[in-house]
Design a protein around this ligand. Structure first.
Ligand code: ES4
Ligand code: ZN
Length: 326
């Protein structure tokens, strides 16, 4: 058994994946045709060639454009089923999936259309592959907090369809403190809380996510390592970090993969996990992310076991489900 085969076969949870970021160019073209939409690309190769980013905003511009092909309940169902099939092949047994309702409701797509299609796929994935999952509603941080509050309001009639809320999109200039009220409201509703912090933003944003939003998990968190007191606090709290190596590489958060901070995170005792973020845009699913690190000897087999275990213990799955996966 090679290290690749061993890692591929490890039962794992994926805790940081944006469903809109799993839209492969092939499906983008299929959905464009089905919905009578003309894409600004002539071929699948041209789409892939456009996926050359120098920072987060570069990527977000093209990612929001791609999401425009998603129009009907069937589109969201097909998108999520394609992700679940791919994740199941990577031995993902539990997935906690971000979705960005505002990207769709701002284009006139009903919230129910989005959640309806995603939820139908979740039920089918569990029946078909035993792959359990939960949805995390993300607020777009470049938009006002008022818009986030309205989005949470929309979710209230289907509160049982989501397990938590998150915060994504353009980080710098949009600190967690901007969303203090909507996160307080989400906590009152019994939802889990996560936030992207310390991807491009400074350690101060991670502090705000902890102290002001009261998050249960940190998405990315890379830049926490710049602050020793913050790192110690994250270690002491046992909070899980959802790290995304290929994303970090493609968005130039790290200089190259040999500079990826994951070995330091593990050495410091942080509860790091490996995730794909936006696999259709960043060049790979969860096992590709493990392979990007093992191929250059940055982590070994024991590290991979730790990372896979962290993903299960750091998930929001019920304790019985976690126990079954460990
Ligand atoms: C995202 Cl990598 C990343 N960062 C922030 N927001 C996002 N939305 C989708 N992918
Ligand atoms: Zn992300």
């Amino acid at each position: 058994l090679t290290l690749d085969d061993f890692v591929a076969g490890l039962p794992k949870a994926e805790l940081h994946v944006h469903i809109e970021g799993t839209l492969e160019p092939e499906l983008m073209f299929d959905l464009a045709q089905r919905n009578g939409i003309t894409l600004p690309f002539n071929s699948i190769e041209a789409v892939r060639a456009a996926y050359d980013f120098s920072n987060l905003q570069d990527f977000l511009d093209i990612y929001y454009q791609g999401a425009d092909v998603l129009r009907t309940e069937a589109d969201f169902y097909d998108l999520a089923m394609a992700y679940f099939a791919r994740a199941a092949a990577d031995c993902v047994r539990h997935a906690e999936i971000f979705f960005d309702p505002q990207t769709h409701t701002d284009r006139g797509i009903a919230y129910e259309t989005v959640v309806g299609g995603l939820n139908r796929a979740q039920l089918e994935a569990e029946a078909k592959w035993g792959l359990t999952s939960g949805l995390i509603l993300c607020f777009l941080r470049h938009l006002p907090e008022e818009a986030a509050l309205e989005t949470l309001e929309m979710a209230l009639t289907h509160l049982d369809k989501i397990i938590g809320v998150g915060l994504d999109s353009s980080e710098v200039g949009h600190p967690p403190s901007k969303f203090a009220r909507v996160f307080a409201r989400a906590r009152e509703l019994g939802l889990k809380l996560v936030a992207h912090a310390g991807e491009e933003g400074p350690p101060e944003y991670v502090y705000e996510a902890l102290d002001i939003l009261n998050i249960d998990r940190v998405d990315h968190g890379n830049r926490s390592l710049e602050d020793d007191a913050l790192t110690k606090r994250l270690v002491a709290s046992g909070l899980t970090l959802t790290v995304c190596p290929l994303s970090n590489y493609k968005l130039c958060v790290v200089e190259d993969m040999t500079h990826h901070p994951i070995p330091h995170m593990l050495k410091r005792g942080l509860k790091a996990t490996i995730n794909s973020d936006d696999p259709a845009y960043f060049g790979g699913y969860v096992n590709d992310n493990f392979r990007a690190l093992t191929a250059i000897g940055l982590i070994d087999q024991a590290d991979c076991v730790t990372l896979a275990r962290n993903s299960i213990t750091g998930s929001f799955a019920p304790d019985a489900r976690k126990a079954a996966l460990l």
